[in-house]
Design a protein around this ligand. Structure first.
Ligand code: S3P
Length: 167
């Protein structure tokens, strides 16, 4: 079995929801980078952006990566910008949850918690810019337009196939 599984993708692609379920299926620990950072800082991401700016937040993400490099049998849900600003390749096997913008838009109900989704046009421009980086960074692309159960099945199947190919 591979070590950490790292979920990447745009805001609203389902990283946290899928990550939690996947960790239960695999009996792995679940770590959400945004929650980890919020807990460490004692405030919400939106507040961190507002008070200290995005650069400060990216540094917190960098620290998160540095402290989660080892093989700890965890499923890690990353914030959407983490692989854009920092090298995450040492954290584990990287799975890109690729979803269309219209699906993402429907999934994001509360844009207040996501400072970079406050303006729809800007969010779409960011989405277009980031796709190539996600694709270049990942080990596996999963179609995240599908329903939750299908996404989970696809990931589990790929993990098992990788395992069989290794042994
Ligand atoms: C961000 C995504 C957010 C959060 C922060 C910045 C981004 O996480 O880390 O608001 O740059 O895409 P989610 O992808 O979990 O929404």
């Amino acid at each position: 079995m591979c070590n950490n599984l790292v979920l990447i993708g745009f805001m609203g692609s389902g990283k946290s929801t899928i990550g939690k379920k996947l960790s239960t299926l695999l009996d792995y620990k679940f770590i959400d980078s945004d929650c980890f950072i919020e807990k460490k800082e004692g405030r919400k991401i939106s507040e961190i952006f507002q008070t200290n700016g995005e650069k400060y937040f990216r540094n917190l993400e960098k620290e998160f990566i540095q402290s989660h490099r080892q093989n700890s049998y965890s499923v890690i849900a990353t914030g959407g910008g983490m692989p854009i600003y920092n090298d995450i390749t040492q954290m584990g096997y990287i799975i890109y949850l690729k979803a269309d913008f219209n699906i993402i838009q429907k999934r994001i109900e509360d844009s207040h918690t996501r400072p970079l989704f406050a303006d729809l046009n800007k969010a779409y421009a960011l989405f277009l810019q980031r796709q190539k980086i996600y694709e270049k960074t990942c080990n596996l692309i999963i179609n995240a337009n599908n329903p939750l159960q299908k996404i989970l099945q696809d990931i589990m199947l790929q993990i098992k196939t990788n395992q069989n190919n290794k042994s």
